[in-house]
Ligand binder design. Structure first.
Ligand code: HEM
Length: 315
C-alpha cells in the first residue's frame, strides 16, 4: 500500500472491506457523490463517471464531506488528472503551475500535511478506477443479467454478494464481470521493471523490461474465444475455468496495493451509478461498445451521454 494513505484509507483498504466501518462509510459516500453529479438533463458520460469517481476517492479515502466539494474544483481536478495521464503516456512533464493548483485544492480538502502524499494515491486510483467503472457500465448497459447482478450488489454490498454467481450458476457474479473487464481492458496496459543484467552487459540490453498486460490476458491460459466478453470463464465449473491470476494489478513486490480492494470498490461505484441512473429516470446512451476499439479506454467515449429518460419512451 502506498504510504500516502491516511488512516481512513487504511480502514477502507482492509483485507475484508465489506466488514469494516470504513466500508460502510465508503458506501454512503458513493451514494452521495453519484447523486451530486446527476445532471439536469444530459451530460457527457466520461465527464460524469470521472467526477463521480474522483469525488468518491477524495471523500471515501480522506473523510472529506461531499457537500464541501465544489463541482468547479472537481472539474478542474479531473481535467488536470486527465492531462497528467495523457502527458505521462507521451512523456511530457506536467506544468508546475497546474501541479501547484492541484496541490492547493487537495490541501484545502485533506490538509497540508497529507496533500502531497494524497496526490500520489489519488492519481493511480483515479486513473484506473474511472476507466474500469466506465467500461463495466458500457458492457452492463442493456444486458439485463449484468444489470441485475449490479443492482443486487447495490442492495447488499457484501463480499458474498460480490462473488455470487446468478441464476443457478448460469450467469456471472459481479466479481466475474469485473474480472472479465480487467482481462480485456486492463486500465494500465504495461508494467516495467529495471533489467538485472550485470553491469558489463547493460550496454547491450535495454534498461527496462516491459510486460504487455493486455497481450498476456489474451493468451490461451485464460481459455478460448479470447476476444469475446465471457465473464462465465471465471466460474469454477466452466469447461475451461480460468485458474490463473490476472496481471491487471501488476506482479510481485511492486504490484498494486489496492488489488483486493479496488475491484469491489469499483463495482460499488458501478452499482450506485446504475441504481441512481435508473431510479431517477436517466439512461446511459452511446454507440455500441466495440471491445476492439477500446484498447485505450481513456478515449473513445465521444457520443456517450447520461440523459434524462423522455416521458413515455421505453429505453
Ligand atoms: C481498477 C483499479 C486498479 C488497477 C487495475 C491498478 C493497477 C495498477 C498497476 C498495474 C500498477 C503497477 C504495478 C506493477 O508495476 O507491478 C499499480 C500501481 C499502483 N497503484 Fe494501482 N490499480 C488500481 C487501483 C488503485 C487504487 C484504488 C489505488 C489507491 C488506493 C492504487 C494505488 C497504486 C499505487 C500507489 C501504485 C504504485 C505507484 C505507481 O506506480 O503509481 N491503485 N496499480
Amino acid at each position: 500500500m502506498s504510504p500516502a494513505l491516511g488512516s481512513t484509507a487504511q480502514l477502507t483498504l482492509s483485507r475484508r472491506p465489506h466488514q469494516c466501518t470504513g466500508w460502510q462509510r465508503f458506501v454512503k459516500c458513493a451514494e452521495k457523490c453519484t447523486e451530486m453529479f446527476l445532471p439536469g438533463r444530459e451530460v457527457d458520460f466520461a465527464a460524469f463517471i470521472q467526477s463521480v469517481t474522483f469525488c468518491i476517492i477524495i471523500t471515501g479515502f480522506y473523510g472529506v464531506d461531499p457537500g464541501t466539494l465544489s463541482p468547479v474544483d472537481v472539474a478542474f481536478m479531473t481535467n488536470a488528472l486527465n492531462r497528467h495521464s495523457d502527458n505521462t503516456s507521451r512523456r511530457i512533464p506536467l506544468y508546475p503551475d497546474e501541479l501547484y493548483a492541484m496541490r492547493e485544492r487537495v490541501c484545502r480538502w485533506v490538509g497540508g500535511e497529507r496533500a502531497s502524499q494524497a496526490l500520489e494515491t489519488i492519481l493511480p486510483a483515479y486513473e484506473s478506477m474511472w476507466r474500469l467503472a466506465a467500461v463495466t457500465l458500457a458492457y452492463a448497459n442493456g444486458n439485463q443479467h449484468m444489470h441485475n447482478a449490479f443492482l443486487d450488489f447495490n442492495e447488499n454490498p457484501t463480499q458474498k454478494q460480490f462473488r455470487s454467481f446468478k441464476v443457478k450458476n448460469t450467469r456471472p457474479s459481479v466479481e466475474a464481470i469485473i474480472n472479465e473487464v480487467l482481462r480485456l481492458h486492463p486500465p494500465i496496459q504495461r508494467i516495467a521493471r529495471k533489467t538485472r543484467y550485470p553491469l558489463w552487459k547493460r550496454l547491450f540490453y535495454p534498461a527496462q523490461e516491459i510486460a504487455d498486460i493486455g497481450a498476456v490476458h489474451r493468451s490461451c491460459v485464460y481459455g478460448t474465444h479470447l476476444e469475446t466478453f465471457d465473464a462465465m470463464r471465471f466460474h469454477p465449473q466452466h469447461e475451461r475455468p480460468v485458474d490463473i491470476q490476472l496481471l491487471a494489478f501488476g506482479h510481485g513486490g511492486l504490484s498494486c496495493a489496492a488489488e483486493e480492494w479496488a475491484p469491489i470498490a469499483t463495482a460499488l461505484i458501478v452499482a450506485k451509478v446504475m441504481d441512481r441512473v435508473d431510479n431517477v429516470g436517466f439512461v446511459l446512451a452511446g454507440k455500441i461498445f466495440d471491445a476492439r476499439m477500446y484498447r485505450n479506454t481513456r478515449i473513445g467515449w465521444d457520443g456517450w451521454v447520461v440523459r434524462k429518460k423522455e416521458k413515455g419512451k421505453v429505453s
